[in-house]
Write a protein that binds this ligand. Structure first.
Ligand SMILES: Nc1ncnc2c1ncn2[C@@H]1O[C@H](COP(=O)(O)OP(=O)(O)OP(=O)(O)O)[C@@H](O)[C@H]1O
Ligand SMILES: CCCCCCCCCCCCC/C=C/[C@@H](O)[C@H](CO)NC(=O)CCCCC
Ligand SMILES: [Ca+2]
Length: 479
């Protein structure tokens, strides 16, 4: 009788593929590809039995999503989002039996607003965004907001214990920076991300809430940057038509302008935790530092009391000065521009953020600091740079000590003058204020209060896998 064969869908990493097929691993680490493995057996009935058993086993894995809500931003990055999804991702979802409800966004905040109020979320196992960090931010805001309102929690209160979101978020990278995807997967490759979604991976992630007085402003998972990165973002928004290259042009421009800003930073150091921002070790798949530090935090009710106690214990530290940049990196912020990131030893899910203060220095020194983001040298090993691992911090710009100053400034006057100064750096008048870059969005307040919420959301990812040495791999024939 004729032999029967059936091809099964099997995502594997390059290194495992190399071991199975005895090829050399490809140089671009962390990419996953589909491989076809054909099994043959002498009887068709037996073959069908195998196929249906394997399908049943796969369907029984509860962590694998079966129904996904997908939002595509058609204007992300090089405007390839729709094409990337249709050509590279949709066929994989179909092959893996994942059903989808796909929505192409019609305007900015379309996805966020739908998730906040309209979308019926009960029937989905996760929400996927096709786009960049801004699109991810929309999904994050929609889901967090919806969860708090449904649970009766007031997001405007900075002390409120937020309710974590249960729906996982998937990112199909199609943006300009793709920092969140890169730092959680190790590459910004749509096929790899689709496969992590299909196999149902989970990666917890910290979320910072940002408040001004008692008003909620925004959530952040990657970079909160005042000074250099705030100015780069403000300038680059007017060059959106250039696509991803806008950041390079604005980066050079803002480096040459060399503005510094005065202000006061207060922070609550993360005490008793494992890890420091100067460690050589990195946050990797199954990170023990993240697991350990999560366990240090007491459960909900007690945690609130402990935070209150430590804050009143005056463990807060305060620094004043002139800063070229104030950055809070809740994760490494690794991206194709800087594969080691703004804070290479930061952790995805340890309940802390790395507060990096770059004080006023010469252009030459600032360039040394920036260039070290792209080399092996330590960007913190410079006299004008300091870094602290913190649970919470506040910033107040120098000219903003009272509420009345604040209202005047934020209602336009400051915006107009700082814009004139930015556009005409030759006027010699340095602007008093920068803006906060919050995961690629500009905040419209400069005095902010930031608090880290440990492991607040879950992504369809598994963290960056350490490349394995060949000999360490099990022999597939022996399993
Ligand atoms: N249909 C749409 N039309 C215009 N803007 C949109 C639309 N859908 C989403 N947006 C907005 O586009 C902005 C940029 O999107 P996104 O982050 O996906 O791309 P990017 O800026 O190129 O990438 P990155 O954030 O990685 O730098 C987001 O702020 C998002 O709110
Ligand atoms: C003169 C040579 C200088 C070389 C310096 C390279 C330093 C690169 C560090 C890159 C840090 C990226 C941090 C990520 C921030 C994202 O949340 C945000 C949203 O996508 N992207 C930007 O704000 C876009 C920010 C782009 C900054 C360039
Ligand atoms: Ca963190």
């Amino acid at each position: 009788s004729a032999e029967s064969s059936e091809t099964l869908f099997c995502p594997i990493s390059d290194t495992v593929a190399a071991e199975i097929f005895k090829k050399k691993p490809r140089s671009r680490h962390h990419r996953w590809r589909c491989a076809e493995v054909t099994f043959t057996c002498p009887e068709e009935a037996l073959c069908q039995h195998w196929v249906s058993s394997i399908r049943e086993q796969l369907a029984a894995i509860a962590s694998r999503p079966k129904h996904l809500l997908v939002y595509i931003n058609p204007y992300s990055g090089k405007r390839q989002g729709k094409r990337i999804y249709e050509r590279k991702v949709a066929p994989l979802f179909a092959q893996a039996g994942v059903s989808t409800h796909v929505i192409v966004t019609e305007r900015a905040n379309y996805a966020r607003d739908q998730l906040k109020t309209g979308a019926e979320l009960q029937k989905f196992d996760g929400v996927v965004c096709v786009g960049g960090d801004g699109m991810f931010s929309e999904i994050l805001h929609g889901l967090i907001w919806r969860t708090q309102i449904d649970g009766g929690v007031d997001p405007n209160c900075p002390e409120e214990e937020l309710i974590p979101c249960t729906l996982r978020i998937g990112i199909i990278p199609a943006g300009s920076t793709d920092c969140i995807c890169f730092a959680t997967v190790g590459t910004n490759d749509p096929v790899t991300s689709a496969l992590h979604i299909i196999v149902g991976d989970s990666q917890p992630m910290d979320v910072c809430s940002v408040h001004h007085n008692n008003t909620f402003l925004q959530y952040s998972v990657s970079l909160l940057g005042y000074g250099f990165y705030g100015d780069v973002l403000t300038d680059s928004e007017r060059k959106r038509w250039m696509g991803p290259a806008r950041y390079d042009l604005s980066g050079v421009k803002m480096f040459l302008t060399h503005h510094y800003y005065e202000g006061t930073v207060s922070y609550l150091p993360a005490k008793g935790i494992m890890g420091t921002p100067r460690d050589a070790a990195r946050c990797r798949s199954g990170c023990v530092v993240c697991q350990h530090n999560r366990q240090l935090l007491p459960e909900k009710a007690e945690r609130y009391e402990v935070d209150e106690a430590s804050e009143s214990d005056s463990e807060w530290r305060t620094l004043r000065g002139k800063f070229l940049a104030i950055n809070a990196a809740s994760m490494s912020c690794a991206c194709p521009r800087s594969p080691k990131g703004l804070s290479p030893a930061a952790h995805l899910a340890d309940g802390t953020t790395d507060l990096i203060l770059v004080r006023k220095c010469s252009r030459f020194d600032f360039l040394r600091h920036l260039l070290r983001h792209t080399s092996k040298d330590d960007q913190f090993d410079l006299a004008f740079v300091e870094v602290h691992r913190v649970r919470r911090f506040c910033f107040t710009p120098r000219h903003c000590q009272s509420d009345s100053d604040l209202d005047l400034r934020e209602n336009g006057k400051h915006q107009i003058f700082s814009q004139i100064c930015r556009d005409h750096p030759a006027c010699g008048c340095a602007p008093a204020y920068s803006s906060w870059n919050c995961d690629g969005e500009i905040l419209n307040h400069t005095a902010i209060d930031v608090r880290v919420h440990c492991q607040f959301i879950q992504l369809f990812a598994r963290g960056i896998e350490e490349p394995k040495v060949f000999e360490e791999l099990p022999n597939p024939c022996a399993i």
